[in-house]
Design a protein around this ligand. Structure first.
Ligand code: BT5
Length: 260
């Protein structure tokens, strides 16, 4: 996909500039460098293939050529929006989820922001902020979506079962239409970031409500309980075995369905 063609496809969206690559290390790295160099809010980096795609905490993300969507959106949040910085990755998850639901797919969100189809990971999100002298300089929201079967890594290379959109849709999908739909939904919900409706929409698409799950943080601590939902601050509500409710904030936490 050429940069000019992509610009045309996205012309009705608040995307002022696009950089498209056949192959790149990581679209997030390119976007962080571009943000540093002064990219405007809404600028977009797209790649057909990533050779060093990144997940969270040094994990890797596989993007095979011609098979997936891999893109990074540069945001320049105004001060009011900076209060909800932690909600940018859930916003991206919600946008992907709603775009897939619009294709009649029963997409769900594995809290906080992975998107699942048939309980398998179809999309991963990595939001990173750039700071300069204590000031927020920009946020890069990286989104990877598995589209064709060639995008799905072998099962021994993933921590959580994976799938792709076409496997669930049972017909080919135009990747660029999906990109447009995701960005449209992202910008629409960005206007309501952190609102009651935002939390409601996030919770409505949440996977595993009423089911036993275990949450693990990077320190190795884990909590098991029944997933209740999301509170107004975006924290996950977990009912522990002793009946107490535990709130877990968006951060470095891994959620796993028990026995899943
Ligand atoms: C994520 O990390 O899920 C965030 C992935 C973000 C990727 C996008 S693509 C555009 C932008 N540029 C980048 O360099 N990154 C962003 P995490 O929750 O840490 O999950 C990573 C784990 O997912 C890996 O350790 C694998 O187990 C698994 N994985 C890797 N590639 C996958 C794929 N294509 N589909 C499903 N699972 C995958």
């Amino acid at each position: 996909m050429q940069t000019d063609q992509l610009r045309q496809i996205l012309a009705d969206l608040p995307v002022p500039a696009v950089r498209a690559f056949d192959t790149i290390g990581s679209t997030n790295d390119e976007a962080l460098a571009w943000a540093e160099a002064g990219a405007e809010d809404g600028s977009l980096v797209v790649a057909d293939q990533q050779t060093m795609g990144r997940g969270r905490l040094g994990r890797s993300w596989v993007t095979n050529p011609g098979a997936a969507l891999a893109f990074s959106l540069i945001l320049r949040p105004p001060v009011a929006e900076q209060e909800n910085l932690g909600l940018f990755s859930p916003l991206a998850g919600l946008a992907v989820c709603l775009a897939l639901q619009a294709l009649n797919l029963p997409a769900e969100i594995k809290w906080p922001n992975d998107v699942l189809l048939a309980r398998r990971k179809t999309c991963g999100i990595l939001a990173e902020s750039a700071w300069q002298a204590g000031q927020l300089h920009g946020v890069v929201v990286g989104i990877g979506i598995n589209v064709t079967p060639a995008s799905v890594p072998p099962s021994d290379q993933v921590q959580f079962p994976a799938t792709c959109v076409e496997a669930q849709l049972d017909k080919p999908l135009d990747r660029w239409e999906l990109l447009h739909a995701v960005l449209e939904s992202f910008f629409e919900w960005r206007n309501r970031l952190g609102s009651v409706e935002f939390i409601q929409a996030w919770e409505e698409s949440l996977a595993f409500i009423g089911e036993p799950v275990t949450l693990k943080n990077s320190g190795g601590q884990s909590f098991s309980g029944i997933l209740q939902g999301i509170n107004a601050q975006g924290n996950l509500r977990l009912r522990l075995a002793d009946g107490m409710e535990k709130l877990v904030s968006v951060g470095d936490v891994h959620l796993r369905p028990d026995g899943g």
